[in-house]
Design a protein around this ligand. Sequence first.
Ligand code: SAM
Length: 279
Amino acid sequence: MAALKGKWCTETYRDTALSFRIKKKLYAKKSGFQMVEVYETEKHGNLMALDGCYMVSEAEEFVYHDMLAHVPLFAHPNPRNVLVIGGGDGGTVREVMRHKGVTNIDFVEIDPDVYEVSKRYFPALVKGLEADKRVKFKFGDGIKFVKAARSEYDVILIDGTDPSEIAGGLFGAEFFKDVHRALKPDGIMCMQSEDPWYDLDIIKGVQTRLKKIFKKAGLYLAYIPIYPSGMWSFSIASKRYAPSETRNKKSKIKKFRYYTPALHKAAFELPQFVKDGIK
Ligand code: SAM
């Protein structure tokens, strides 16, 4: 086995380790919420880690942000008021902004340092956010924020970290009930819901809770090289529309780098072990 000569960064997760060759470490500082690190990698651009977990890289960020934002925004016929919880790197809000029918984007990230670090090292992710009057920066805990909302949002996107002390509540029934109440009668929520290889139990719990609270719930996958197994899941729940169908005829977005209307539907086709694991 080749020894890791030269400079590398490594994330250890359960019984695996995932390393990338780096040029240098650009940033490392504990914020009020977590350890924030940024590496300049050889092949993946700048790479951010929070509390030692890889979050986003310049090379692959389009996969996660396309699939978290565009599946719910095309499943809804006319999304206008959108809430993004988490997503401090800016990539999800950037993709929501591309839907010109959207009139308001409440951006609720708990850790302002993540956004500031992204401005410095991930300029493509925050491009246009501060110039777009629709984007309302509301730094704070999304779990608390959503409790005060009543039937306001067409789409709520939850772009949180792994279930930890600050993000653990984003995976719970109480939060899902608050999200349900914050959504309009035909609203849709969507969240990143962890790795089917290593965390199928977490995904099963999320799906079980969502199915008890929402009329429809589904799971879809995408493939992200900087995450431990590369396979990643998104859990989507809807008060009315089938999330695997595209309905939004207003958003005339010509080009994506990962999302396609065909992939929107196909992404809900799950491998048998995932289907069995979330039953
Ligand atoms: N968007 C990234 C990607 O491409 O995979 C990863 C996720 S993003 C960096 C996760 C964000 O969720 C972090 O900035 C973290 O501070 C934020 N977060 C965690 N718990 C939160 C909470 N309760 N309310 C708001 N933001 C939260």
